[in-house]
Design a protein around this ligand. Structure first.
Ligand SMILES: *Cc1c(COP(=O)(O)O)cnc(C)c1O
Length: 428
């Protein structure tokens, strides 16, 4: 039987289950000083003075903004990110100031940022998407000239580098995520890296006001991870999950497609959710401590896959590929490609047995819930309607990278035909 590979991978599930079960039985979920140990190990690994564990990346962004902002100040941000990240700006007392993005990498465009003449700009939020570093050098220069702090959202990019330094250590603060879909997985979680001692003190003071996470909350999230892990594990994925998802994609079956739709509840928030406000447990820190040594190995494998896609797809006219900034290391959380009609390419790839995902980020600058902050961001609008993510995770396998690339090439070779299941081509 030829096994299908899922669109995404949940990293280090074995470590996560084992650690949780062990700590649950020993009643030691909150016992031990591993949070401090993890913070020290992460600061050392990434080369930062301080690392502070936070319950989620979004909470890290929220707290950093609260520290740096004065009420009503603007925060320059790409509109092409999680809507919840934009909510964190509002919750922290700021006003989102959307700045359009660069077409290839979908990151904040320094050119457009430099046209941002607002005098009450209080911070710049830079997102490093898909493991590809943003073009941050000119952004840092602009920030310096205006005396504005830069917060990096490195949630998808642990291990990526610019000029030999890890992203997340280039601005005033860098925020990482340890959610279930991220390269380091502690069910959920995050951290802030910074060289700013005063910010560190503020973060610790605020985190001390949060309650320790309850075992029940952890167990709920773990059950969710477990279910998705099982559904994407073979042979269940090949025999059950993928045929279902493929049927949904090929025949446009709404209830099936909705199963894999995320961020459906888009609304403006002025206060962060109660359940965001808790401390990471020592047990989660132990999960992270055991994963940190493998991060580089996983990065290397994804880099190989990303480079292979770049080479195999570089000469396809009409396909928009990432363009790596100079002297950087991209770790390719996914390999983003942009096409005119993502659902059509999705059907085409599904037909040939390949599971992929359409990037779900909206152009937040034109969402109804953020209408107060609306701005014309034509590039973000275009990118939000064209991004497909090809898998790169470590055990995806180079032959699957080659196969995806071959199928995408055939699609363009055939003139991006509207796929109705009859116009399929023989693959070599
Ligand atoms: C996942 C993600 C976040 C949020 O991370 P949480 O830990 O879930 O808060 C923020 N920004 C980006 C770009 C992400 O991919």
């Amino acid at each position: 039987m030829k096994l299908s590979k899922p669109r995404t991978k949940f990293y280090s599930c074995g470590i996560v289950y084992w650690q949780f079960l062990r700590d649950l039985l020993a009643r030691s979920i909150h016992r031990g000083d591993d949070l401090t140990k993890f913070e020290a190990a992460a600061a050392e690994h990434f080369g930062s003075d301080h690392a502070v564990a936070v319950p989620m990346a979004r909470v890290g962004i929220y707290l950093c903004l609260r520290y740096y902002l004065q009420a009503g100040q603007l925060v320059a941000s790409s509109p092409y990110t999680l809507a919840e990240v934009i909510n964190m700006i509002v919750c922290a007392g700021g006003t989102p100031r959307f700045v359009d993005i660069d077409r290839n990498n979908a990151d904040l465009d320094p050119e457009k940022l430099s046209q941002c003449t607002d005098d009450n700009l209080g911070a710049i939020l830079v997102t490093h998407l898909h493991g590809i570093p943003a073009n941050i050098r000119p952004i840092l220069e602009f920030a310096k000239s205006r005396g504005i702090p830069v917060i990096e959202d490195a949630a998808q990019s642990a291990g990526a580098m610019v000029d030999g330094r890890y992203v997340g250590t280039l601005g005033n603060a860098g925020v990482f995520s340890f959610g279930i879909l991220k390269q380091l997985n502690s069910i959920y979680g995050g951290m802030v890296l910074t060289n700013d001692a005063a910010l560190t003190a503020f973060l610790r003071e605020e985190l001390a006001k949060f309650a320790p996470v309850s075992v029940g909350t952890l167990a709920d999230k773990l059950a969710y991870l477990g279910r998705n892990h099982v559904l994407t594990s073979n042979p269940i994925f090949t025999l059950g999950t993928f045929p279902l998802l493929r049927h949904g994609a090929l025949h446009d079956v709404d209830w099936i497609n909705r199963l894999v739709t995320v961020e459906t509840d888009l609304r403006l928030k002025h206060e962060i959710d109660d359940w965001y406000q808790h401390q990471l447990s020592a047990s989660q820190a132990r999960m992270l401590l055991r994963q940190l040594p493998d991060l580089e190995k996983h990065d290397q494998q994804r880099i190989r896959h990303g480079q292979a896609y770049l080479e195999l797809l570089s000469d396809v006219p009409g396909l928009v590929l990432p363009r790596l900034p100079e002297n950087c290391r991209a770790t390719f959380a996914h390999f983003p490609v942009q096409v005119a009609d993502p659902p059509n390419l999705l059907r085409w790839l599904n037909f040939y047995g390949q599971d992929v995902v359409i990037q779900h980020f909206a152009n937040c600058a034109e969402l109804d819930c953020f209408s107060k902050f609306r701005r014309d961001c034509p590039v973000a609008a275009e990118v939000a309607n064209s991004m497909v993510l090809l898998p790169t995770y470590p055990d995806f396998g180079i032959h699957n990278v080659q196969r995806n690339s071959q199928i995408v090439r055939k699609y363009f070779g055939a003139g991006q035909p509207i796929f109705d299941g009859t116009n399929c081509l023989q693959l070599g």
